[in-house]
Design a protein around this ligand. Structure first.
Ligand code: ADP
Ligand code: MG
Length: 240
């Protein structure tokens, strides 16, 4: 217990919530604590010379491995992307046809593209099927129900909402919904679209992870009204 307390103190990890798993000391610990963890992703992490988890990764990876909903706040550049890539791919386990198992929503095309690149880098480009929802793919039939493998969908709000409204994309087997840069997704430009998208998703069955650098735009209020037993994770000093 005191090791856990020290790890949290030393890395300024602040958590609010019930039954929160212990933070990770090293990526290797996951092999024992979470046998489901995908060894191939751990291998890619070490191939990319990433040796130790960042504070946000220490706490968020075990939480998402346990399928807990999280609101996670840490500065830009602190490694939030890997917090969800590793648990998402570990739970998807293998590529399948049909419905997407994970959705990552990003406020901009540039960020969505970056995240798509990170999935390929850490997940391997052949092992899983990642789709980047662009204007072109939204207008084609690549993403529609019956063709090809579909594992991870990375999208910006506008095109996704249109496809959902037209019933041209299947999210019925979704396991993870990640809102990346959630503070921006909840600002006035995107909030209406994002709220409508979330109405297509069964938030009781899906693990929701919100990642953000700030607590702006009432994201915490949204979590309190919509997520059951979620955990808040903050890195650094928190005001209030
Ligand atoms: P954020 O989303 O928090 O702004 P990113 O996920 O984009 O941060 O990560 C920023 C950079 O840090 C990326 O180049 C990523 O590969 C790298 N990175 C991720 N995790 C670690 C780690 N544990 N140690 C060192 N570098 C890391
Ligand atoms: Mg990020």
């Amino acid at each position: 217990v005191s090791d856990t307390v020290n790890l949290k103190k030393r890395h300024k990890i602040c958590v609010k919530g019930f039954d929160v798993p212990e933070p990770l000391g090293t990526f290797a610990e996951l092999k024992a604590s979470h046998p489901k963890i995908l060894k191939s992703v751990l291998q890619k992490i070490s191939d990319n010379e990433i040796t130790a988890p960042t504070p946000i990764q220490m706490q968020c990876i075990p939480l998402l491995m346990d399928k807990r909903c999280i609101l996670s706040c840490a500065p830009t550049g602190s490694g939030k992307t890997l917090c969800f890539i590793l648990p998402v791919l570990s739970h998807i386990k293998k590529s399948e046809k049909g419905s997407f198992r994970a959705l990552v929503l990003s406020p901009t095309r540039e960020l969505a593209k970056q995240t798509y690149g990170e999935f390929k880098k850490f997940g391997g480009s052949r092992k899983f099927s990642y789709h980047f929802l662009s204007k072109a793919s939204a207008n084609s039939d690549i993403l529609t129900k019956d063709c090809g493998n579909k594992d991870v969908l990375i999208a910006t709000p506008m095109h996704l909402l249109r496809m959902l409204k037209e019933d041209r994309i299947d999210l019925s087997k979704l396991q993870f919904c990640i809102l990346d840069e959630a503070d921006r997704l909840f600002d006035s430009q995107f909030k209406d679209d994002v709220t409508q998208i979330l109405e297509f998703i069964d938030l009781v069955k899906v693990t929701v992870g919100l990642f953000s650098a700030t607590l702006a735009n009432g994201i915490d209020e949204w979590c309190f009204s919509n997520l059951d037993n979620f955990v808040q994770v903050y890195i650094g000093t928190v005001n209030g």
